[in-house]
Design a binder for this molecule. Structure first.
Ligand SMILES: [Zn+2]
Length: 409
């Protein structure tokens, strides 16, 4: 069994968190100067671990084992959300680095190959999963031409140019080499923390379905337009939002979640009746049939509102990702490793957040494990995990990786 060096894992995580430090968290948007700096630092660490590192044309940092024919691909993403946490994707990247070092120095494991990846822009500063989509060949050059930064509208091409990545080839997956992909991450939710457990074995990464709902009314004077004559799109939106939040609990499964996270009214002025309103409705579940029921119900509510008037109501699908089951054999291997180091302190659970493992799972067997997030806080600078859980997770990750590699030969 490869032995990891827990203090080295924690030290590297703390060092990586220096790039863009903000309070106790990190502000490291994709392709920002600190993000680029951190990718070069990471490439250097991968080289020291005996891997051949490249930073490719989309910003993926990939360290390849120079000799092994069959390898396990491991990693996660290294940029953070705005003013986000220090662990998030960094945890899985540094676990991968430590795994490569542990294998290299263990005589029994030296022939086991791992490639370590830090995927670019999982967090979607430009577009979610850019790096893993590029690696798995579902990102075209035309799409790269089109994508713009979510905050400032900077063209992705310009960001790549500034990051010194323009013109570099993009690395593509070569399926002959890989037995699969393994990713570690903080749970982000509070399931492990509240149940006092230490490791989560991910069964499925949820599907995420997103819609834009528009209400079309009539913009007019807020004083002179009598109430009976109004077509107030703002009122129509708030009513519909209430109906959605009333209906969804009746059809929800134990872990379905839904969010209306974005609302706009136009022209958004105190003395003008809103003529147009728009909201985005999102729901997530691991069961595709349940997602379909939610979609049907949302469409029904929208057409009921449209028929009832006075505002017209339209719905448009923005994006729908399928729930992605993780490989059952990988789940068993992670569970066996967890049982060895933390008997009865682990559980299987779905991932309610999207991850690169979902993208990779279309091309190879994929698995994921979680460590607890304190109070279930993430995507916030106060995100944290116990040091003993970080260290335990690294050891279980290494043990699981060895089991997967040995059973695949
Ligand atoms: Zn993440």
């Amino acid at each position: 069994m490869p032995a990891i060096d827990g203090q080295r894992v924690v030290a590297d995580l703390k060092r990586l968190a220096e790039f863009g430090r903000y309070k106790t968290g990190v502000h490291r948007p994709t392709y920002s100067p600190v993000d680029v700096e951190s990718r070069h630092w990471l490439a250097g660490k991968l080289r020291d671990a005996g891997l051949d590192p490249v930073i490719d044309g989309i910003g993926n940092v990939i360290g390849r084992n120079p000799s092994a024919e069959r390898r396990l691909l491991v990693g996660s993403h290294s940029e953070t959300q705005p003013y986000g946490g220090w662990l998030d994707g960094a945890l899985g990247v540094i676990y991968g680095l430590e795994l490569a070092r542990a294998f290299a120095t263990d005589r029994g494991c030296a022939e086991l190959g791992v490639d370590v990846a830090a995927w670019a822009d999982e967090e979607g500063h430009y577009q979610s999963f850019l790096g893993s989509h590029s690696f798995t060949d579902v990102l075209s050059e035309e799409e790269i031409d089109r994508v713009r930064g979510r905050d400032h509208g900077t063209p992705l091409r310009e960001a790549l140019q500034r990051a010194g990545l323009a013109g570099r080839p993009r690395e593509r997956v070569d399926l002959r080499h890989y037995v699969g992909y393994l990713e570690a991450h903080i749970e982000q939710g509070d399931t492990l923390d509240t149940s006092g457990l230490r490791i989560g074995v991910v069964e499925t990464i949820v599907g995420i379905w997103n819609y834009r709902v528009s209400l079309i009314g009539e913009q007019n004077h807020a004083g002179t337009t009598r109430m009976v004559r109004r077509k107030d799109a703002g009122v129509a939106m708030v009513r519909l939002a209430t109906q959605i939040h009333d209906r969804f609990p009746e059809i929800a499964g134990p872990r379905t979640v839904w969010t209306i996270g974005r609302m706009l009214i136009e022209p958004n002025a105190p003395s003008v009746i809103p003529g147009h309103a728009e909201m985005q409705v999102q729901f997530r579940d691991a069961d595709i049939d349940r997602l379909a029921v939610f979609e049907k119900s949302l469409h029904e509510l929208v057409s009921e509102a449209d028929r009832a008037g006075p505002c017209a109501c339209e719905i448009e699908t923005i994006a729908r990702t399928e729930p992605r089951p993780m490989d059952p054999r990988f789940q068993d291997q992670i569970e066996a490793a967890a049982e060895r180091h933390a008997p009865h302190m682990h559980m299987r659970l779905p991932s309610a957040a999207g991850h690169d493992a979902a993208v990779l799972s279309y091309r190879m067997p994929a698995g994921m494990m979680f460590i607890p997030s304190l109070r279930g806080i993430s995507h916030h600078w106060s995100e944290d995990s116990k040091e003993e859980d970080i260290v335990l997770g690294a050891q279980i990750f290494a043990d699981a990786a060895e089991r997967i590699l040995r059973s695949a030969r």
